[in-house]
Design a protein around this ligand. Structure first.
Ligand code: FAD
Length: 322
């Protein structure tokens, strides 16, 4: 089922999805695939694959998307950004994705590369995610018209939303951007990380009042690793709860720390589901244990929960992600 269709009809349950990023080394690839197999075992609705700044992971993102589509039964959502590419180059890439059977794309403006603090579009490029959504729709429409047939499977386009309200100077600007993405043809939105269910509910309320009707799916991180939460704060500006951070930092026992973090994450997941969230999108940081423990806590793991594994758990290594 296309990801848009998941949200267009009553499923009778929240959707479950994961985000992973492409491996940075050949050695990391094997570990990542092990993660994908564990995540796939709980029957998620989709797994999304990030796309690095400046297209730095262009080839590894594409090959991971291909591998998920080819070797698992899980739908892969390919992230795509406007960074560092002309409109023609982005068009070529969209065409290549479609040729490879990708039917689900998360369309993003993208973060500027590290050496470029402010966002500057490519001189012949796209300035906003809404332009990318419109371009993807235009390309798909052109291909269907040329082939004189409807697509076998609809093309689903997701976009980003921000409960923390930090992507734009104001929440109003964030909501306006979301409305523009919907008008361009977006089917649903996935949110940036946040730690307060009221922030999510507030965004949804303001978006609905402004005319945004597409589903807004909360993106959650399992809050087990204080180092990762700090790095994520530096990247996104979204502050993790101070009391939880203090407890995680003070706790020496890794298993207890893991349980404390999972408990807080499960509480947040329950709160957003109670607020009407259509599903949970989990930022895995390429680790499966904490994500699956979180899902088990809200009874969405399909009964396939994993026992915490202290030898390789996410609290042992802490690579950063986007
Ligand atoms: P936009 O919606 O284009 O908004 C960007 C800014 O432009 C906002 O300030 C907005 O208010 C403003 N704006 C939008 N439209 C207009 C307009 N018409 N006129 C004036 N101002 C306008 N980044 C990556 O590089 N790779 C990834 O794989 C990736 N995955 C992500 C996944 C999720 C779920 C999320 C939430 C974010 C992800 N990001 C990723 C980060 C994202 O690229 C950044 O947050 C980026 O800074 C904004 O992207 P956007 O698509 O929300 O941009």
């Amino acid at each position: 089922m296309s990801t848009a269709a998941l949200y267009a009809q009553p499923l009778g349950r929240p959707t479950v999805s994961f985000e992973i990023f492409p491996p940075r080394t050949p050695a990391a690839a094997a570990g990542l695939w092990r993660t994908v197999e564990h995540l796939a075992a709980v029957g998620p609705d989709y797994i999304s694959v990030t796309y690095g700044a400046s297209g730095s992971t262009r080839e590894s993102s594409r090959s991971l998307v291909r591998q998920i589509l080819g070797e698992t039964s899980v739908t892969a959502v390919a992230h795509l950004t406007c960074v560092g590419a002309s409109r023609d180059e982005v068009s070529t890439l969209v065409g290549e994705f479609l040729d490879e059977g990708v039917r689900d794309i998360l369309a993003l403006r993208g973060d500027p590369p590290k050496d470029q603090p402010d966002w500057l579009p490519h001189p012949q490029g796209l300035a906003y995610a809404s332009e990318l959504v419109a371009l993807i729709r235009q390309i798909e429409h052109g291909r269907c018209a040329e082939a004189r047939r409807r697509p076998d499977e609809p093309l689903s386009i997701a976009v980003a939303a921000y409960p923390g309200g930090v992507a734009s100077p104001t929440r109003g600007a964030d909501v306006a951007a979301l409305l523009a993405k919907q008008a361009a043809g977006a089917d649903y939105a996935l949110t940036q990380v946040f730690y307060d269910a009221a922030a999510y509910a507030g965004l949804v309320r303001e978006a609905r009042a402004a005319g945004v009707h597409i589903p807004i799916v909360p993106g959650l991180i399992p809050m087990t690793d204080p180092g990762r939460l700090s790095r994520l704060e530096a990247l996104t500006g979204v502050e993790p709860p101070a009391d939880l951070m203090a407890r995680l930092v003070a706790e020496d026992d890794r298993l207890v720390r893991h349980r404390v973090g999972i408990r807080a994450s499960v509480d947040l997941a329950h709160a957003v589901l109670d607020a009407g969230a259509p599903g949970l999108h989990l930022y895995t940081f390429n680790k499966y244990e904490a994500a699956l423990d979180l899902l088990e806590g809200v009874n969405l793991d399909g009964g396939a929960s994993s026992a915490p594994d202290l030898a390789s758990g996410p609290w042992v290594s802490a690579p950063s992600a986007h």
